[in-house]
Design a protein. Structure first.
Length: 107
């Protein structure tokens, strides 16, 4: 049987950072994007897997920006969104509905 499963990467949140300066152009306009890998089954997200990671770049010169302290800060303050648990939520709701129907039917 053919199962469509695997891992993908989702963009969780985009931040605008005006406190760090670009090394190339010395501008204070940095865009920070936080990503999270997740496991999917039939293209429905089951649960987040792995660590979050950050990609930052300067809006003026488009150069990548690397600052480990800033990356850890944005990774820590960004939570995985609920839609990355879509399949888990659907299965849990289905079980609750089936159990509820069974209890009502047997009463």
């Amino acid at each position: 049987m053919f199962f469509l499963k695997g891992t993908r990467t989702a963009l969780i949140k985009i931040y605008s950072d005006n406190t760090h300066r670009c090394d190339s152009c010395k501008d204070f306009d940095i865009t920070v994007a936080v990503y999270q890998q997740y496991f999917h089954f039939f293209f429905l997200p089951v649960a987040p897997t792995g660590d979050k990671f950050v990609k930052a770049y300067c809006n003026k010169c488009s150069q990548p920006f690397r600052n480990d302290t800033m990356n850890r800060e944005y990774e820590a303050k960004t939570k995985a969104p609920f839609y990355l648990y879509a399949m888990t939520i659907i299965v849990a709701l289905l079980i609750i509905v089936v159990l509820g129907i069974n209890i009502i039917h047997n009463s």
